[in-house]
Design a protein around this ligand. Structure first.
Ligand SMILES: Cc1ncc(COP(=O)(O)O)c(C=O)c1O
Length: 379
């Protein structure tokens, strides 16, 4: 009885080991001859890490995936699959500040050229494509103004010019958008966010449309040591089981809060794709199967003391520079996610002192409105 329970656990145990043992030389040879059948060393592969990658692969309808140590290492892996020194990369101008810095400060040192494409040119960037352009990096829903990209339209331009399309699907999650089905070649996630969902994991994942690209991504992760740990993989796989339910609640709550904020006299613009006056509302509704996610941002007065009073006035929502947890949180793009940008770049993107980003959790919406009401009354 005891043995049966032990042999067939309902949940995959945590293989918290850096190395696996072999019975003899035959077992060692079998490991190399039959890839994927057994394990040797956790940097090269571990059951928990593989389980997470395969679960996300299924959700994104890919042909293979690899888990990575962070969202940043997932982006690095995706770019390294497709480019090397001498190549040229395009990126949407509105991407996560860390991604922009990776491109402009790190990959350029390795001989990769970068061009940022303004959002107004996202469907007509043919003129920016050079003979050595290999990749276009975009985000499904961009931060902090929640611009939603028509992935199929961008993919058309890329395919016509043989440029690989890499989509950071972190803000949408595969519940809302599956970029591989819309023509993307590779999808990456900061698993740190919605996929794990509880603000207790740092992780990433790369999912490919072609099995050969997935294999190459795996080689890169092993060679560069970008592997995720077994425990983080286990936590993320656990979080993933409630992704669909969480996304529904995040989306419903965010619409309620965006609607509330929009009518508040102390609030300026509200950026949420679920609002009917959002510039991409209709396309986002179609692409996102009627859900718009849990991220929104809004403007209060462009004054540091006003922002401080607002932050101090909140009781329930912590000021925490991340997103996508079950508990709502507030972030400040100018001082956190977009801190590395120049003042001019921030101005171009409309990232001002009074721009507040809200990651809407899965609490009762009335509680959240009461908290916002109190903080807005304080300014
Ligand atoms: C859209 C997006 N992509 C990638 C990343 C990087 O992910 P990580 O912090 O897990 O490395 C972030 C981090 O906030 C992000 O918001």
């Amino acid at each position: 009885m005891f043995a049966a329970v032990f042999i067939s656990p309902k949940v995959t145990p945590i293989y918290q080991t850096s190395v696996f043992t072999f019975e003899d030389l035959n077992a060692l040879e079998a490991y190399f001859e039959q890839p994927g059948q057994s394990y040797m060393y956790s940097r090269n592969g571990n059951p928990n890490t593989d389980e997470l990658a395969e679960d996300v692969n299924q959700l994104e309808r890919g042909q293979g995936a690899v888990a990575t140590s962070s969202g940043m290492s997932a982006i690095l892996t995706a770019l390294l699959v497709y480019c090397q020194a001498g190549d040229h990369v395009l990126s949407a101008e509105e991407v996560y500040g860390g991604s922009a810095a990776l491109l402009s400060q790190e990959l350029t040192r390795m001989g990769v050229q970068i061009t940022f494409v303004p959002m107004a040119e996202m469907y007509s960037f043919e003129a920016q494509i050079q003979p050595n352009t290999k990749v276009m990096l975009v985000e499904t829903i961009s931060n902090p103004k929640m611009t939603v990209l028509d992935i199929a339209k961008v993919a058309q331009v890329c395919q016509a010019k043989d440029v690989k399309l890499v989509v950071d699907n972190t803000f949408a999650s595969p519940v809302i958008t599956r970029p591989l089905e819309l023509g993307a070649d590779m999808v990456i996630h900061s698993v740190t966010k919605y996929l794990s969902g509880h603000s207790d994991v740092t992780a990433g994942v790369v999912i490919a449309k072609e099995a050969t690209d997935a294999q190459r991504a795996k080689q890169i992760v092993v060679a560069w040591g970008l592997t995720l740990s077994p425990f983080e993989s286990w936590l993320a796989a656990r979080g993933l089981k409630t992704l669909k339910l969480r996304m529904r609640q995040h989306s419903e709550n965010a619409l309620v809060l965006a609607t509330y904020l929009q009518q508040h006299p102390k609030v300026g613009e509200v950026f949420y794709p679920g609002l009917p006056d959002h510039p991409q509302h209709e396309m986002a509704a179609t692409q996102g199967n009627g859900q718009f996610g849990g991220m929104l941002s809004f403007r209060i007065t462009d004054d540091v003391e006003t922002v401080n009073r607002f932050l101090r006035g909140l009781t329930h929502m912590p000021f925490a520079p991340s997103l996508a947890g079950v508990v709502s949180s507030i972030s400040y793009p100018k001082g956190t996610s977009h801190r590395a940008l120049t003042p001019e770049q921030r101005e171009n993107l409309g990232i001002t002192i009074g721009l507040i980003r809200l990651s809407v959790g899965i609490e009762e919406p009335e509680e959240l409105i009461a908290d916002l009401e109190k903080a807005l009354a304080a300014i």
